[in-house]
Design a protein around this ligand. Sequence first.
Ligand code: ZN
Length: 277
Amino acid sequence: MEDLPVWDLYAIRYATRDAQRRNHFMGGDPHEGAMPMDYFVWVAVCGDRVVVIDIGFNAEVAAQRSRTWLRCPIDTLKNLGVDPARVGDVVITHLHYDHAGNFGLLPAARFHLQEAEMQFATGPYMRYSRLSHSFEVEDVCAVVRLNFAQRVQFHRGDGEVAPGIQLHEAGGHSAGLQFVRVHTRRGWVVLASDVSHFYENLLRLHPFPTAFHVGRMLEGFDKLCAVAPGNDHIVPGHDPLVMRLYPAPSPELEGIAVRLDVAPQPFPPGTFPHSSH
Ligand SMILES: [Zn+2]
C-alpha cells in the first residue's frame, strides 16, 4: 500500500440552497431549524494526473430548480491549477442533476459510471416522476451520446480509476450510486457523495428522503465505514460543515474550495441537536 500514489484532494463548493432539517431525514426530523445544503464537486491531483469526481449543474438548471448558483464548478478547477480541457478521467457518482450536468465542459474526459445507474436512468422507472425528478433528461441523453463516442467506462460493482482511486458501489439513494476512496497523505479518504448527504445521516444511520432502495441505503453507511480508517476520513456529499472543518488551499479560495487531504477540525460544540427524545 505504501507504494500507492499519494493524491491531493479538494472539494469545490459551487452552489447552495436554504432548507430545513426536516427536508434531510427520511420521515422528517423532530428538531426544527434551518439546515442549508451545499453542492460540491471534488478533484484529486497527483503530478500531472487529475481525476474529477462529479461535475455539478449549470446556471440554467440552478434557476429552474431555485438553487443558488455560486460559480461554475468546472471553470473553478482552473483556480486549483487544473485545465478542464485536459482532464482525462471523471467519476460520475450517479446521474442526479446536481452531479452530472456539465459534460460539454470536459471535452477530453472519459466518464466512469456504474452500469446499474445507466440502466436505471434509461429504464422503465423513469416514467415515474417521483424517481425521474432527480434527473435532467438532457444529462441522461448526453451520457448516451458519450457512450456512442466511446467516452464512457462502465463499472459493475467496485472498481478502480487509477492506482489510489477506488470506486465502491452503494446503490440505494439512486440505483447505481458509487462512492470514491482516494489515497492521500493522511491515508484513505472516502468521498461519500450521496451515500451520506450530511454527517448526521451517517452518524444517526438516518437516510436522506430521496430513495430508490432504503435497505441498500442503510448498507451503504456500513460500506462507507468498512473502507474508511475512521469517521473523520469520510466526507459527506452535501454538508456545509465540510467548508468549516477543512482548510482552504489558499486565502483566495476561502469559501470556494477546501483541502480534504489534511485532517479536519473536530465538530464545534453544539453542532448537532441532542438526540434524546
Ligand atoms: Zn446530490
